[in-house]
Design a protein around this ligand. Structure first.
Ligand SMILES: NC(=O)C1=CN([C@@H]2O[C@H](COP(=O)(O)OP(=O)(O)OC[C@H]3O[C@@H](n4cnc5c(N)ncnc54)[C@H](O)[C@@H]3O)[C@@H](O)[C@H]2O)C=CC1
Ligand SMILES: CC(=O)C(=O)O
Ligand SMILES: [Mg+2]
Length: 614
């Protein structure tokens, strides 16, 4: 059992008066889990029929409905005669996907498949993950977001409007009144995937991240909620665009913005008391404050800060182990001290502290640059987070602190991280200076999209005689047989999110994130073969997420933040989570949603007309 600090979860969602039409209620009840909130196998009760069933992506099987289901659910006449297997459907869908030429056309195809049939969509992407991930996520999703108002076809997600803060709860209710929600991704669209302010188009980053939660970590796709906070936009192109679909005024900031956020957080706590809240692509001036302001109020997580920090820390650990160097001897230079850069710096500090350092010593081994150059104590306009890493002016007399090469010459970093959105900033001279001081320099150009990378791997390898240890922000081809790992936060946020959902933790602590980092680093294939990447293969992502989640849950249980063991099973008794890693891993895997068709069982209620999205 958990310690006394764990609270019993609010079970009001199970008992509150249900207003949805009775048919939908039955369908939803069948999504309810056996032990925790995830139901992944066995028959699903359903009383949708005919077109309603075909239009419900959670229940739809398209041409795979069998004879009995076609009769029972009024589908005869709505489908051609042949009954396909999921394999055949995937083959057909992949052929259609392959026929399309441009990445954006492929992205459109994926969107339409996702809102048509979730099982088919996730199975299709799972089988072709390496090819399709860049289409449904960075970099192509960034282009799709930039073109949101022009390519728009069907609304998905929940739109909250700063003009109408009193309606937040009503809007959340309209989206999913009678569902338990396990996981919410929210964005205000200010810092999208390295392409900046995209206003209301930010809804699509929330949708894309939730897609990865399901794909990579088996979060039930019917139990997630994408939210955009439409607070205006400072993107002049959007403001001038007649077709732009969001609020056409400059971003609201200051008190009115924070009141809106307060109301949103309170509404989430009330309506979805068991949900984990994931912040995505907020601006540098808000994302960090939001995380620290609310992280004790509800289990919440900023992917750009913590998810990115965690995956970089895991790659760095793997690179240090491979090159036989010690974490506490490392010196790190972060080029681009924004949300991601400072999140990485914080995660490195957390990790160094949990491996025996002090916060002061750990911070002293990290140096940060932004568009003003090396961050110095004398800079008045630095953010509080930047000030933690500021260098003493006196130590830098006579050195051009705006020159990356000069800074490297003085610091002699073992690790160079780029999250500056400055394409080509890691020049030949920069990389060769790193190499001069390190036989195996660790270089992570992370800026997305691909065209913004600080350097491309083939150049870095050429300039270091293939000795650099590289991980990038977007996918790249191997160089001379060396696999280049994508330092993608999809190796961390889905596993951490799954761990948070399953443990029902009250908060996501730094040490829980550190446990996830250590687990991911332990899965690095680099030690087996120097040509392997620093991170596991994408094809193993669901297994990786399960392991990351397991480490997270065990740490949460240790810290007394897990509430899962105070949840009652439907048939009596309480959930018991095994403390043994392998047994706990099996339990985690048993809770993950999988893209398989489950038998549909008819229930005898007459459905009313409804607006149910799934
Ligand atoms: N690979 C991954 O998994 C992730 C990659 N990223 C990428 O990292 C990049 C940064 O993202 P955020 O931190 O959210 O953006 P941000 O806007 O918060 O930070 C960018 C930082 O770069 C600095 N910068 C700009 N010009 C510079 C220059 N010439 N020299 C040095 N620094 C300069 C800015 O001052 C700012 O501090 C984006 O391209 C984003 O896509 C972000 C999260 C995850
Ligand atoms: C990958 C990601 O989260 C970003 O670039 O913002
Ligand atoms: Mg992001």
């Amino acid at each position: 059992m958990t310690s006394s600090s764990a609270q019993k979860p609010n079970s009001s969602i199970h008992t509150h008066t249900i207003k949805t039409p009775v048919g939908i209620k039955a369908a939803l009840a069948s999504l309810k889990p056996k032990t925790t909130r995830l139901s992944i196998e066995g028959p699903i009760e359903c009383d949708l029929q005919g077109f309603q069933l075909l239009n419900s992506p959670i229940f739809n099987k398209g041409s795979a409905f069998n004879k009995e289901e076609r009769s029972a659910f009024g589908l005869n006449g709505l489908l051609p005669a042949q009954i396909n297997s999921l394999d055949e459907q995937v083959e057909r869908a992949y052929a259609q996907f392959s026929y399309l030429k441009s990445p954006l056309a492929k992205n459109d195809f994926c969107t339409s498949m996702r809102i048509q049939n979730k099982v088919l969509y996730y199975e299709l992407v799972r089988r072709h993950i390496r090819e399709m991930l860049p289409i449904i996520y960075t970099p192509t999703e960034g282009d799709a977001i930039a073109a949101y108002s022009h390519r728009f076809r069907k609304p998905e997600g929940c739109f909250l409007d700063i003009n109408d803060p009193e309606s937040i709860d009503q809007r959340l209710a309209a989206y999913g009144e009678d569902k338990d929600i396990d996981y919410i991704v929210v964005s205000d669209g200010e810092g999208i995937l390295g392409i900046g302010d995209q206003g209301v188009g930010g809804i699509r980053i929330a949708i894309a991240k939730l897609g990865l939660m399901t794909l990579c970590a088996g979060i039930h796709p019917g139990r997630t909620l994408p939210v955009v906070l439409d607070v205006g936009t400072d993107n002049q192109k959007l403001l001038n665009d007649d077709l732009y679909m969001g609020n056409k005024f400059p971003r609201v900031r200051g008190e009115q913005y924070w009141d809106f956020i307060d109301k949103f957080i309170n509404a989430v706590k009330q309506r979805f008391p068991n949900a984990v809240l994931h912040y995505e692509d907020f601006g540098v001036s808000t994302g960090r404050d939001m995380l620290y302001k609310y992280r004790e109020a509800l289990p919440s997580f900023n992917d750009d800060i913590q998810g990115t920090g965690a995956v970089v820390m895991a790659s760095m650990t793997a690179a240090l182990q491979f090159s036989n160097r010690k974490l506490l001897d490392s010196k790190v230079l972060i080029y681009g001290a924004g949300s991601a850069g400072l999140g990485i710096a914080d995660q490195i500090v957390n990790h160094m502290v949990s491996h025996g350092s002090t916060p002061e010593k750990a911070r002293a081994s990290i140096h940060c640059m932004d568009r003003r150059g090396l961050i110095l104590e004398s800079f008045e306009e630095s953010t509080p987070a930047q000030k933690l890493y500021a260098d003493k002016d006196g130590d830098w007399q006579g050195i051009d602190t705006t020159s990356l090469v000069e800074v490297i010459e003085k610091v002699k970093p073992t690790v160079l991280v780029g999250c500056s959105t400055q394409a080509g900033a890691f020049t030949e001279e920069v990389v060769k200076t790193m190499y001069k001081h390190n036989p195996q320099p660790i270089v992570f150009p992370l800026s997305n999209p691909t065209r913004l990378h600080e350097a491309i791997p083939s150049d870095i390898m050429k300039w270091t005689d293939n000795n650099a240890l590289i991980a990038t922000g977007s996918p790249f081809q191997p160089v001379d047989g060396y696999v280049i790992s994508e330092n993608n936060n999809c190796f961390t946020f889905p596993g951490i999110g799954l761990g948070a959902v399953l443990s029902r933790c009250t908060t996501i602590s730094d040490t829980m994130v550190s446990a996830a980092v250590d687990q991911l680093a332990a899965l690095s294939p680099k030690m087996e073969n120097p040509k392997n990447g620093l991170l596991p293969r994408l094809e193993e992502i669901d297994e990786v997420s399960a392991e990351v989640a397991t480490a997270f849950i065990l740490q949460s249980l240790k810290e007394g933040t897990a509430r899962v063991e105070s949840e009652e099973r439907p048939n009596g008794g309480f959930v018991e989570v095994p403390r043994d890693f392998n047994k706990c891993l099996k339990w985690v895997q048993s809770q993950m949603w999988k893209p398989i068709y489950r038998p549909l069982v008819k229930v005898q209620h007459v459905p009313e007309i409804h607006t149910f999205q799934y």
